[in-house]
Write a protein that binds this ligand. Structure first.
Ligand code: UDP
Ligand code: MG
Length: 190
């Protein structure tokens, strides 16, 4: 079983690459960002809390995203593996994921980090905002907050997986195909 954490800053290309990898390797793609947006469009209690935080570029509480992940692992109990996109976003979430995986008799195989320079991230997010209309990609201030939150709260997740010898950085620049090839070449050995 292959369980990959796909890590990277906002705009690093996690969603695009996770979808390609899921397809190639027959994995279930779990994006907590997408799950939260579904909660918002369904108007659930979780969605209402998430909406305000997402609009401000802040993280939703650890317990909330862990709950969503638990639900998905149970829903896809027969999956051949998972690719976690945009989760865990804090070391506490990473520890909770390990516990949850252990409870289900699984484990994280590797954490692959897409590396992209910060100037390029902002450009990519503003472009996505113009094309997709995602509200949190349209405001320069919200983008700045998200990148700051990433540096402050999310980058410690790297140390968490480094300590487990599961951290593997990959160059996140170039064409979608080139990046996908780099990821694939690494994952094939797991
Ligand atoms: N978010 C969160 N926890 C998650 C996933 C998403 O708090 O596990 C929130 C956060 O406010 C983030 C927004 O949802 O800025 C959008 O997340 P997504 O992963 O879709 O954006 P990306 O990082 O790919 O630009
Ligand atoms: Mg994404």
């Amino acid at each position: 079983m292959l369980n990959i954490v796909l890590f990277g800053a906002p705009g690093a290309g996690k969603g695009t690459q996770a979808a390609l990898l899921a397809e190639k390797r027959g994995l279930v793609h779990l994006s907590t960002g997408n799950l939260l947006r579904q909660e918002i469009s369904s108007g659930t209690a979780t969605g209402k809390i998430a909406q305000r935080l997402i609009d401000n570029g802040e993280l939703v509480p650890d317990g909330m995203v862990i709950g969503l992940i638990r639900e998905q692992l149970e829903k896809h109990a027969n999956a051949g593996g998972f690719i976690f996109d945009g989760f865990p976003r804090t070391p506490e979430q990473a520890a909770a994921l390990d516990l949850l995986m252990e409870e289900k008799g699984m484990s994280v195989s590797a954490m692959v980090a897409l590396e992209v320079a910060v100037e390029e991230l902002t450009d990519r997010l503003l472009k996505r905002g113009r094309e997709s209309g995602r509200a949190d990609d349209r405001s320069f201030d919200v983008i700045q907050t998200r990148i700051n939150v990433y540096h402050r709260k999310t980058t410690p997740v790297i140390e968490y997986y480094r300590a487990q010898r599961k951290y593997h950085p990959v160059d996140g620049t170039g064409s979608v195909e080139d990046i996908s090839e780099r990821l694939y070449r690494y994952i094939i050995h797991l």
